[in-house]
Design a binder for this molecule. Structure first.
Ligand code: MN3
Length: 484
């Protein structure tokens, strides 16, 4: 769709509206918003709204005479976001788009944008300056401008060679030139002048929002030193190295980029990482011992069931998860929570194996931790929270039990904070985990028959009544306090 701002039609791609989190992408020179289609593909699948605009002068947007400096672009962006009624947006800028995004963040602060992502960004300065020996020289940019005016397509073709660290297919090259062909000569020339002249060294220091910096180590357009210089200046920033990328970070390491973005914009899942617990466990996974003796939950949950459930069922999920991840070194340093929170960005068939087995591992660790032999009761604080959320502890137990009885076949019932941070009871099938839906788990009850068949046979209701006697209320409270 087009959005008319100050007499210029801005082309807007908007996928998955209605999601809680929105990422707005700004492309680099001389590309357009379609450069992010690999990010759209995975992030939208992960439940994130993705918006990318064609900046004025590029792609399908209008080609005005002026307004190519960062400040004018930031003003245009603010009007556009206001027009689209956006707020709480994560603004992600690539290369020149990073310069615009940073300028926006410095000027408008957190009014509409809550987080900033700089990808291979042309920050703090695209060109070298006194005391800043990084990036291109003015003479090199002036040479580009001269070439552009002599032969635009060839200049773009030569420039695009600088992007890549590894060779790309002929198909990819022609896709890219299809994009750059749409940039107007006048706009591209003024874009280069902007890149040559803008200096954000001081402005970056006033950016107060959390900032993620993703940068290719082998970048030949915006050298990695730019990312380090940017990181030094933005107080709440974190720099992630992309060891196998040049300036082509959006393509060369697209899966890693998507997962870094997803983890950054989804605070509920990110908060779920409890560094002290199994949440943070990585390959090679191990079966943790039960937090109590096997017979500790008698007579509610019998000893034999605990042995078979923990030693055999859970162990199988641990083994299968390790087998699935063995051929994929790039996912071996991912925590259990990170794997589950990013199923949408893990390629098939691994994603299915992770859904089943990382789910099986997490859900079981969580289930065993959620029970205790120390008869606990909700603290007055948790009691009040349950009263607000469900009308009291008794009502909560009834709601959880009804939900658990309603699970058809194998699965779980959960107490969670939903994707909007509200208390909720949800159910999942098989070994699906609420973390994959951007929910924050507080308690689960396993209603696979292996959880109760030896003692309760087919009487799920009796098992659930027994489960309610051994709920670890302290764990619920601890998890809750970690996020609210
Ligand atoms: Mn089970």
């Amino acid at each position: 769709m087009f959005c008319r701002i100050d007499g210029v039609d801005i082309y807007v791609r908007d996928v998955n509206p209605g999601s809680r989190e929105t990422v707005l992408f700004l492309h680099g020179w001389p590309l357009d918003g379609s450069m992010f289609e690999y990010q759209f593909d995975t992030l939208a699948e992960a439940g994130i709204r993705c918006i990318a605009i064609d900046l004025p002068g590029y792609g399908l947007s209008g080609k005005p005479f002026g307004g190519y400096d960062y400040e004018s672009m930031a003003d245009m962006l603010h009007k556009l976001m206001t027009e689209l009624k956006l707020s709480g947006v994560t603004l992600a800028g690539f290369s020149m788009g990073g310069g615009i995004a940073a300028t926006y963040a410095a000027k408008y602060g957190a009014k509409l944008v809550s987080k900033l992502i700089l990808i291979g960004a042309a920050c703090p300065s695209f060109t070298q300056r006194p005391g800043f020996p990084y990036g291109m020289t003015d003479a090199e940019v002036n040479g580009l401008i001269k070439n552009l005016r002599a032969d635009k397509p060839n200049t773009f073709a030569e420039f695009s060679k600088l992007l890549f660290e590894s060779p790309v297919s002929a198909g990819f090259q022609s896709w890219l030139s299809g994009i750059t062909d749409k940039a107007a000569l006048l706009s591209a020339r003024k874009g280069l002048e902007t890149l040559r002249d803008e200096d954000l060294r001081e402005k970056l220091k006033s950016i107060g929002m959390p900032t993620l910096i993703c940068h290719g180590v082998h970048d030949r357009v915006c050298p990695f030193a730019l990312a380090e210089e940017t990181q030094k200046r933005i107080p709440r920033s974190r720099l992630v190295r992309f060891d196998n990328s040049g300036h082509d970070i959006f393509f060369a390491e697209k899966d890693k980029l998507s997962s870094e973005i997803a983890m950054f914009v989804r605070p509920v899942s990110a908060a779920a990482i409890n560094e002290d617990s199994f949440d943070a466990m990585t390959y090679k996974f191990e079966n943790l011992p039960l937090p109590y003796p096997y017979d500790a939950l008698e007579p509610n949950i019998d000893t034999q069931t605990m042995h078979i459930h923990h030693d055999r069922h859970l162990q199988t999920y641990v083994n299968n998860l390790n087998t699935a991840l063995a051929p994929y070194p790039m996912y071996q340093d991912w925590t259990l929570v990170r794997l589950l929170a990013n199923l949408g960005v893990i390629p098939a068939p691994l994603s299915t194996a992770v859904r089943r087995n990382a789910g099986g591992v997490f859900n079981h660790f969580f289930y065993f931790e959620g029970m205790t032999n120390k008869a606990t009761a909700p603290s007055p604080e948790l009691d009040r929270w349950l009263a607000n959320a469900f009308g009291g502890t008794t009502a909560f137990i009834k709601t959880l039990k009804d939900a658990a009885l309603g699970v058809f076949g194998s699965g779980y019932a959960w107490l969670v904070l939903d994707a909007k941070g509200r208390p909720a009871i949800v159910t999942t099938k098989n070994q699906d985990c609420p973390i994959s839906e951007n929910m924050f788990p507080l308690l689960n009850v396993d209603v696979w028959e292996h959880a109760y068949y030896l003692k309760h046979f087919n009487d799920r209701a009796a098992y659930l009544d027994n489960f309610m006697n051994v709920i670890n209320w302290e764990m619920i409270e601890k998890r809750l306090k970690s996020v609210i």
